[in-house]
Design a protein around this ligand. Structure first.
Ligand code: FES
Length: 119
C-alpha cells in the first residue's frame, strides 16, 4: 500500500465563499469548492447528466446545483440527488489548520499531476 501524495493548491481564502476554483489536471478539470462555513471539497468539474461545469454552479450547504439543468450534487459524496442519477468523482482534501493551505490528493496520479493555480 502506498502513501497518497498531497499537492498544495493554495489557501482557503483563495476560493470565494460559496464558490469554486478550477485546476487543470491529467484527469481533467477539477473543481475545488468552498462552502459558506469554510469547508473545502474537490470533484471533477463535469456534471454526470450532460457534462455541465459544476464549478459555475451554486454552492449551498454541502451541495452544488449544476448551472445547466439544476441537478443537485453532494459535495461530500459526489452523488447526484436528482433529477437524474450519477456520481461525480471526488478527491481528498486536507487543510493545514495554521496556514489554511489546501492540499489535494489524486490517489493514483504520479508526478506533476496538475498545473497549480496562482497562490
Ligand atoms: S448537465 Fe448538469 S444537470 Fe444537466
Amino acid at each position: 500500500m502506498t502513501t497518497p501524495a498531497w499537492y498544495k493548491i493554495g489557501l482557503v481564502t483563495d476560493i470565494p465563499k460559496r464558490g469554486a476554483r478550477c485546476l487543470n489536471t491529467p484527469l481533467g478539470r477539477v473543481a475545488v469548492f468552498r462552502t459558506a462555513d469554510d469547508r473545502v471539497f474537490a470533484m471533477e468539474d463535469r456534471c454526470p447528466h450532460k457534462g455541465g461545469p459544476l464549478s459555475q454552479g451554486i454552492v449551498h450547504d454541502r451541495s452544488v446545483t449544476c448551472p445547466l439543468h439544476n441537478a443537485v450534487i453532494s459535495l461530500e459524496s459526489g452523488e447526484m440527488k436528482g433529477p437524474d442519477e450519477g456520481t461525480v468523482k471526488t478527491f481528498a482534501i486536507r487543510i493545514d489548520a495554521q496556514s489554511q493551505t489546501i492540499e489535494i490528493s489524486f490517489d493514483a496520479v504520479a508526478a506533476e499531476p496538475f498545473v497549480e493555480a496562482a497562490e
